[in-house]
Design a protein around this ligand. Structure first.
Ligand code: 13P
Length: 348
């Protein structure tokens, strides 16, 4: 099947009441790990690339690697998504290349660091929505600002500085017509999210639930959703690493989110930890080894294990065969004739 529009994939997830992991990639081994996990668990999947990933791998390498995944696993619905686009031009370049979905992160200015005004965010996001929808491409927007920094993108801080205001979320969704909405509820990118197991004072699930009540049909997105499990931290530290003690987002909180409108769950850090731990172990235990395959194979297997576990926990497992991809040309017609509504249903 062709690459799937993320809108179709998330509409199906909403129908089935499950969430879909969006996993970041930079190289071939990560794409292979995700696809092996998707096959193992029979899951639809979102593969996403940040600006940093696109420049690290060189755009066309990464694009063609994802196309190879699509060719090799025709039974698995795959949406190809630009993570944290910082400008109209970045999103346009992904769309021109063939991505089926983009995130316009207008919560920050183009520098990817400075929080933008609400008006600036609406203007740039709406511009991307108009351009993308004409081509059948999905748009994720962000309201509120996440904490931390990922691949040089982010405002830093704890994630509690710009928690999403539910009224603004409603206004933003109505003004922009985004297909999916990322909200800030205290999470941040990277390994260092919380200094102890998070409770409601730092992880604002009540805000998420309030937004879902007002926007019951809008697909919500949780960024910074790695759980940073202790066992993955321990492997790194056992083999010479120096991670400080830290906590991520507990899986049960993500599952609560999924019961309350979260359809896309962004995970990067857990996979990075798994791969690094596996590589450290090989190099520590067998310092005589120098063939990259000796450590890349266990790294790929470690990532596959994490991804398959998350796919099962998010509920997407078993759903790959539920539908066939609608081409983005058809999806574009749906945006044009209004059958794919872009004005959200707002509950008073
Ligand atoms: P983590 O750093 O928690 O994996 O978050 C990744 C993310 O949100 C990508 O946009």
């Amino acid at each position: 099947m062709p690459l799937v529009s993320m809108r179709q994939l998330l509409d199906e997830a909403a129908k089935g009441g499950y969430g879909v992991g969006a996993f970041n990639v930079n190289d071939m081994e990560q794409i292979q790990a995700i696809m092996a996990a998707a096959k193992e668990t029979n899951s639809p999947v979102i593969i996403q690339a940040s600006r940093g990933a696109r420049s690290f791998a060189q755009d066309r390498f990464l694009f063609h690697l994802i196309l190879a995944a699509n060719e090799l696993y025709p039974e698995i619905p795959i949406a190809m998504h630009q993570d944290h686009g910082n400008s109209f031009e970045t999103c346009k370049s992904a769309i021109d290349l063939g991505y089926t979905s983009v995130m316009m992160d207008g919560s920050l200015k183009e520098d990817g660091k400075t929080p933008a005004s609400f008006e600036e965010n609406v203007a740039v996001t709406k511009r991307v929505v108009d351009f993308a929808h004409e081509r059948g491409v999905t748009v994720e927007g962000e309201i509120g600002v996440l904490g931390g920094v990922e691949d040089g993108h982010g405002a830093g801080g704890t994630g509690l500085e710009h928690v999403t205001d539910p009224d603004q979320a409603v206004e933003f969704a109505e003004l922009t017509g985004v297909d999916a909405l990322a909200i800030a509820i205290g999470t941040s990118h990277g390994a260092y999210k919380f200094s102890k197991k998070p409770d409601g004072s730092v992880l604002k699930m009540d805000v998420l639930i309030a937004i879902h009540k007002r926007l019951p049909n809008t697909h919500l997105v949780m960024h910074g959703s790695s759980s940073v499990p202790k066992d993955l931290q321990d492997v790194i530290n056992k083999y010479g690493g120096k991670l400080k003690e830290t906590w991520g987002v507990p899986v049960e909180e993500i599952q609560l989110g999924i019961r309350n409108g979260v359809r896309k769950v962004n995970v990067d850090t857990d996979n990075r930890l798994a791969m690094t731990g596996a590589i450290r172990k090989v190099l520590w235990e067998s310092p005589e080894k120098f063939d990259p395959r000796d450590y890349l194979k266990p790294a790929r297997e470690a990532m596959q294990k994490v991804v398959a576990t998350r796919m099962t926990q998010f509920g997407q497992a078993g759903h790959a065969g539920d539908y066939k991809a609608v081409s983005i040309t058809e999806i574009a017609k749906g945006y044009k004739d209004g059958s794919l509504k872009t004005k959200p249903l707002v509950a008073k």
